[in-house]
Every structure is written in structure tokens, then in C-alpha cells.
Write a protein that binds this ligand. Structure first.
Ligand code: NAD
Length: 312
């Protein structure tokens, strides 16, 4: 029998590509319930799904922030049980903390943390009863390593990582696996949505120095990172398909080997100095042109040989 996979946030990006990829699995191992908050946005998914629509792929409404929507969707599933749950829906938020309002800050946690918690809580009883299941969460490398001006987004992903890491131990006893997928930058609408927020915002309450660091240092660096290290949704989907197909899935998967050296800093130095100071040097001390050519890792030890803006 095919495994039933429910995915959240399938109107765009990774969710859309993953839904289609699993539904078109050559071995027909999956039946996909592709959910989205607003069914008015289903055309793109339906077009991409092609022949699999109505066969191995069903579209359903689910707003992960609404308890009613979650329970209505889950109770409409034929047979009532899921084999795989993919928590993909997520929101970003970027900018100087002083300029962000608490409503937007809480919305990120409502979606990236409480939305995931609510859905996992709802599917656990049936997975436990059947003594099987796989819970996948699309986290981020920012769920392990904080990044400048992404304070809130990163915190929401750290929160869900702590939650999953704790839960994973208990669930092994029920033969239920928990996996965190940690992509680096991915070229989806995610980044464009963030940039759209920036242009219409006037950064209230932010001092000129901070604003200039954000606009003139962070934004160009972020753009460069997306261009040089960015993956396509299909690259990430390929990794997720492997995770879902695995018989003994691990807790964590990074999808981007180019990004791994940056996250490794954290484990190399428990004091946190190595990662904090390396990111500081890269952003505030390196010449922009060399900034992310991590070819010469001398920057990690403060022994960079290249021209600098100011001494390290
Ligand atoms: P995306 O913006 O294309 O997809 C996110 C989807 O979540 C959207 O379709 C959006 O409508 C949906 N969504 C938001 N709030 C929702 C809600 N309350 N209920 C249901 N759906 C909701 O971006 P993406 O890159 O495909 O993001 C997918 C996941 O990947 C997110 O969890 C994101 O944090 C994570 N991620 C993205 C990147 C990146 O650089 N794009 C990097 C690492 C991790």
C-alpha cells in the first residue's frame, strides 16, 4: 500500500515541488495530501501535478495557525491516519529588531513553532496507536546557527528544533521517527517575500548606524549568499525524498554541503566565540569582494591575508 503523506504550505516553493515529486514517484510509494492555507492559490500546484492530480495527489485546505482548520483537514482523511507528516509551511522575518512590531514577531512563532506543535500534537495519537510514523520538519540552518538580522526567524527555528529533539526520544519507543531538514538558502518566493517587506517598510525606531549595517552590509551579503550558495527547490526536494524514503531516518539533515563549514564553527567551539567572531569578521571586517569566498579559511582564525576594511 502507498504511504499517506501530508504536506503543509503547498501553494509555492519547497512544499509545492515536494508534493509533485512524491505524487509522481516512479514506484508509486506515496499518496500525497497537499495542503495550503488558501485554496484560491491551488492552480500552480494542480498544473504541476498533471496526471497525478486526483490519483496520487489530493489538494486540501489547512491553515496551520487555525485549530479548526487543522482538525477539519485531519478528520477528512480517508482511513484517518498518516504515515508521514511534512511540516513545511513557514514564514520569514528579517530586519533590525527595533523596527519589527510584536504582531509580526508573534506571527512568525505562531506559524513556525505553534503551528507545527499543534499539527504534531494532533497526529500523534493515531501514529502512536499504529506504532509507526515519520514526522518531518523543514527547519533551516538558522535553526542551529543564528544569523544577523534574522533574530526572530532563527529563534522560531531553534524553538522547533528543541521541541523535536526532545520529542524524538519518546517517539522512538513507538517506532515513530522525527527528522529536521535544514536547508541553507533556497531560491523560492521566500526571499522575495522578505525583500517585499523591506521596501514597504520605513524602519521606525532604528538608528542610522544599524539601518546602514542592515541595508549596506547585510542585504548585499545576503543577496550574494543566495547567488553563490543558493539551492533550487528541486535540490532540497531531492534531499527530502531521501529522508522520507529512509528506513531509519536521522534527526538532522543539512541539504547544502557548501553551508556546512559555517554551521560546524558552532560545534568546534562550545564557548560560541568562534562562530560569533567569525560572522562578525566576515560581515564587518572583510572587503565585500572577498567576504564569502571561504576558500581561505584564515578568516576563521583572524589571520586573513587579504585587504581589510579595518584591522581584524
Ligand atoms: P515559500 O514562501 O514559497 O513557502 C512557504 C509556504 O508556507 C507558502 O506557500 C505559504 O503560503 C505557506 N504558509 C505560511 N503560513 C501558513 C499557514 N499559516 N498555514 C499554511 N501555510 C502557510 O518558501 P519556501 O522556501 O518554500 O519555505 C518552505 C519552508 O522552508 C519554510 O518552513 C522555510 O522556513 C523553510 N526554509 C526556507 C529557506 C529559503 O531560503 N527559502 C531556507 C531554509 C528553510
Amino acid at each position: 500500500d502507498p504511504r499517506t503523506v501530508l504536506i503543509t504550505g503547498c501553494s509555492s516553493g519547497i512544499g509545492l515541488h515536494l508534493a509533485v515529486k512524491l505524487a509522481q514517484d516512479p514506484q508509486q510509494r506515496y499518496h500525497v495530501i497537499a495542503t495550503m492555507r488558501d485554496l484560491g492559490k491551488k492552480e500552480k500546484l494542480e498544473a504541476a501535478a498533471g496526471e497525478s492530480l486526483g490519483r496520487t495527489l489530493t489538494v486540501a485546505q489547512m491553515d496551520v495557525c487555525s485549530e479548526d482548520s487543522v482538525s477539519a483537514c485531519l478528520s477528512s482523511i480517508k482511513g484517518g491516519s498518516l504515515d508521514v507528516l511534512v511540516n513545511n509551511a513557514g514564514l520569514g522575518l528579517v530586519g533590525p529588531l527595533e523596527s519589527l512590531n510584536m504582531t509580526d514577531i508573534k506571527k512568525v512563532f505562531e506559524t513556525n513553532f505553534f503551528g507545527v506543535v499543534q499539527l504534531i500534537k494532533a497526529v500523534l495519537p493515531s501514529m502512536k496507536q499504529r506504532r509507526r510514523g515519520h514526522i518531518v520538519v523543514i527547519s533551516s540552518v538558522m535553526g542551529m546557527q543564528g544569523i544577523i538580522f534574522n533574530d526572530i526567524y532563527s529563534a522560531s527555528k531553534f524553538a522547533i528544533e528543541g521541541f523535536c529533539e526532545s520529542l524524538a526520544v519518546q517517539l522512538l519507543q513507538f517506532n515513530i521517527f522525527v527528522s529536521l531538514v535544514e536547508p541553507g538558502p533556497v531560491n523560492t518566493e521566500f526571499e522575495a517575500k522578505l525583500m517585499a517587506q523591506i521596501s514597504k517598510d520605513n524602519f521606525p525606531g532604528t538608528d542610522p548606524d544599524t539601518l546602514s549595517y542592515f541595508l549596506n552590509i547585510y542585504l548585499p551579503a545576503s543577496k550574494e549568499i543566495f547567488q553563490t550558495l543558493g539551492q533550487s527547490p528541486d535540490d532540497v526536494v531531492q534531499a527530502i525524498v531521501q529522508v522520507i524514503g529512509s528506513t531509519r531516518p536521522s534527526l538532522r539533515y543539512q541539504t547544502n554541503a557548501l553551508y556546512t563549514p559555517l554551521t560546524a564553527l558552532k560545534y568546534a567551539d562550545p564557548s560560541g566565540d568562534l562562530s560569533v567572531r567569525t560572522f562578525y569578521r566576515l560581515l564587518f571586517r572583510c572587503q565585500p569582494f572577498f567576504r564569502f569566498s571561504l576558500c581561505c579559511l584564515r578568516c576563521l582564525t583572524g589571520n586573513c591575508l587579504r585587504p581589510r576594511i579595518t584591522p581584524m
